[in-house]
Ligand binder design. Structure first.
Ligand code: SF4
Length: 705
């Protein structure tokens, strides 16, 4: 490996910031600025800057581990792989293929997500596969498909944001989750545009806003309906657009008219003057956007909530117009690509539906199998985890840590412990990996090549910058070896580009069509936006620099001419307010909402092992209003117990006026007694199967020494 800089992308969030990696004398890599990537133009947050710390041998796994005498002990790769194959085979023989579960992650590259889905359906023959991205953006995906016929996080590049007239940011604290993206919103304001932030907390993002609305957690649906009511009442509907580009307006209009501003004020706590001001700021400019994130999405009515915000965009003629529209800020590194290529319970590669006969025929042909042999849709992520130890006896898990990140986490931990057999592939010994029968140490981002798709729908090439240490293998090698041990010798290549070439063919003609994209194009063009139809078969590569042989330029902006529905028109979806699955009562009088902090990422499995990040954010906390703290008799830093119907968590108090007095906040990155997800409610959205992470009823108890 040469000592020159390799341009690549961050291993963490969906921004997929560009960075350069240069091998260091100690065998790791140094991160340096990569200014040519338009998303971050060289800027990185602390997580990206410190990412190489997880490559160090004292932090990462360096050998396969197998359970022996109750302990995980080092083993050879052959022994570990043989044990996994035997465990999965045993379950299948005793209980049938659906007793074997597969759980993936939104951090897997497109190649790995694709291969994992194929492995589950072709080698194991199980329908029981889903992934942690279900907990991330599935409500926005379901709402986008209903309204527009297609889900791509942002239907426009981030660079459009500063040129828009107004952006409503609903339930996103991007100043902490993806700090380099804040510059797009700062530029928006410098250009005279308006930023409106909707969040129950006055977050660092809300502090930047022109207007901050702080609704009760779980009431974003009512808030959007109240705004639409005012749009109608004030004569601000774009009637021509509604007539020409949408269907279903009358029902959506009737639903909104039932939500009087005063009624919405009572539900949300947002005043009527604030609602009116929001409508004015959103409707007056020529262009405007609504961007949602986990706040409105992680609810038991998340699909309808996002649908209500989309209705607002449609009624005002925003969607599918330049510098305007609705978009979702996906969270995980490959949260977008991870939901497109087959690791989701109901999908096949190319974002095809698993129950679509034509899709099954197409993908089965690429895979060289009988379409009839492909299983049907399986359980969603929470339902799959909830079935562990009962219907599902063995689990193969990659790139996820549900012991920390799943809702009702103590119950899920107990389900995982009750499995007959658990195999985990990870880079560190996460809390979930520590429960496994076999743990396989796999390569990390700097040590492997593969594609991801960022929150804009831009497909990117992460490039290998260093050689992995002895004893580490890639997830693709693991799946290749397991397939061979389970009797499938072909069809599971270990070379990522070979997998991508097959993915191109499998995705051809699907909603997320990658068939015109090649690794070479990704390097030369610094990423390509899907859909990018092209040659469905592996093509002869054009000469370097010659992109003319590839007909399609990719699609940075969607829906400008038509939506992806059969008639090209967007669908209004009539939605009405309903309460959270669990509202406060006498026993549990306070609302809990959860989220992130800037120095940690997701379940913290990697970032908690980075000294600099750990020093900045060493543990969980309970953020609460001074009035609530006074009632409890708690001072800053005092341990506070938060109790829900599912369990109890204890963490130090952080007292601030930046949160509503009826709400407490906990970040969810830590295991142990401060684990926020011990408390969260797994009530599921009926369409997306998203659990309600963002609102549940709790009581607070002072913890006396
Ligand atoms: Fe990495 Fe996201 Fe930070 Fe960028 S914002 S450096 S992608 S974690």
């Amino acid at each position: 490996m040469q000592n020159t800089a390799t341009p690549t992308h961050c291993p963490y969030c969906a921004l997929q910031c560009g960075m350069n990696l240069t091998p260091a004398p100690d065998g790791t890599v140094e991160v340096s600025e990569r200014a040519d990537f338009p998303v971050n133009r060289g800027a990185l947050c602390g997580k990206g800057r410190t990412a190489p710390a997880v490559l160090a041998s004292g932090v990462r796994l360096t050998s396969p581990l197998v359970r022996s005498g109750g302990e995980l002990v080092p083993a050879s790769w052959d022994e570990a792989l043989d044990r996994i194959a035997a465990g999965l085979r045993r379950t299948r023989a005793a209980h049938g293929p659906d007793a074997v579960g597969v759980f993936g992650g939104g951090g897997l590259t497109n190649e790995k997500a694709y291969t994992l889905g194929k492995f589950a359906r072709v080698v194991l023959g199980t329908s029981q596969i889903d992934y942690n991205g279900r907990f991330c953006m599935s409500s926005a995906a379901a709402a986008g498909i209903k309204a527009f016929g297609l889900d791509r996080g942002l239907p426009f590049p981030l660079e459009d944001i500063p040129k828009s007239g107004c952006v409503i940011l609903v339930g996103s604290n991007l100043a902490e989750t993806m700090p380099p993206s804040l510059r797009f919103f700062n530029e928006l304001r410098e250009n005279g545009g308006t930023l409106i932030v909707i969040d129950p907390r006055r977050t660092k993002t809300a502090e930047q806003a022109d207007l901050h609305l702080a609704p009760r957690p779980g009431t974003d649906l009512a808030l959007a309906l109240g705004l639409l009511h005012l749009v109608i009442a004030e004569g601000r509907v774009d009637a021509e657009y509604v007539q020409e580009r949408t269907v279903g307006w009358e029902d959506a209009r009737a639903a909104a008219m039932a939500h009087w501003p005063e009624y919405v004020e009572r539900i949300t706590g947002v005043s009527v003057p604030e609602l009116r001001e929001t409508v004015r700021l959103f409707c007056e400019p020529e262009s405007a956007m609504v961007l949602t994130a986990r706040g409105p999405e992680q609810q038991s009515k998340g699909t309808d909530t996002v649908g209500a915000w989309i209705n607002l965009c449609l009624a005002t003629g925003r969607a599918g117009r330049p510098l305007s529209g609705y978009g979702c800020l996906t969270g995980q590194g490959n949260g977008q690509g991870g939901r497109e290529h087959g690791q989701k319970a109901d999908q096949l590669p190319g974002y095809r539906k698993l129950d679509d006969p034509a899709a099954r025929r197409h993908v089965a042909e690429v895979w060289g199998v009988d379409p009839e042999s492909l299983p049907g849709p399986g359980r969603s992520a929470y339902e799959l985890l909830d079935a562990l130890g009962t219907d599902i006896k063995s689990l193969l898990l990659m790139a996820s840590n549900p012991v920390v990140s799943a809702p009702r986490a103590a119950h899920i931990e107990e389900r995982i412990r009750s499995l007959d057999f658990l195999a985990v592939c990870d880079v560190v010994l996460s809390e979930t990996a520590a429960l496994a029968d076999v743990v396989l140490p796999v390569t990390q981002w700097a040590e492997e090549t593969g594609t991801t798709t960022n929150l804009e729908g831009r497909v990117l090439l992460r490039r290998r910058a260093i050689t992995p240490p002895e004893g580490i293998r890639s997830d693709l090698e693991v799946l290749h070896e397991l397939a061979a041990r389970l009797g499938v010798e072909k069809g599971f290549p270990t070379d990522p580009e070979e997998v991508f070439e097959e993915l191109r063919r499998a995705s051809a003609g699907g909603p997320a069509d990658y068939s015109g994209i090649t690794y070479r194009r990704l390097v030369e063009e610094n990423g390509v936006f899907w859909p990018c139809p092209g040659a469905a078969e592996a093509v002869e590569q054009p000469a370097a620099g010659d992109t003319t042989a590839m007909a399609h330029p990719g699609t940075p902006r969607l829906f400008l001419d038509r939506f992806a529905t059969p008639d090209g028109r967007a669908r209004f979806v009539p939605v009405s307010h309903r309460a959270a699955a669990e509202e406060p009562d006498d026993e549990y009088p306070v609302l809990l909402t959860t989220g992130r902090v800037v120095a940690q990422y997701q379940s913290g499995a990697q970032t908690r092992r980075v000294a600099e990040l750990n020093a900045a954010a060493p543990g969980s906390f309970v953020e609460l209003h001074p009035r609530l703290a006074a009632r409890l008799g708690a001072a800053e830093g005092d341990p506070v117990a938060v109790v829900s119907r599912r369990g109890r968590a204890v963490a130090p108090a952080r007292i601030t006026n930046a949160i509503r007095p009826d709400t407490v906040f906990m970040p969810f990155h830590w295991p142990g007694e401060g684990r926020a997800n011990t408390l969260t409610n797994p009530a599921l959205d009926p369409t997306s199967r998203m659990p309600e992470f963002k609102a549940c009823a709790v009581r607070l108890e002072a913890v006396r020494p």
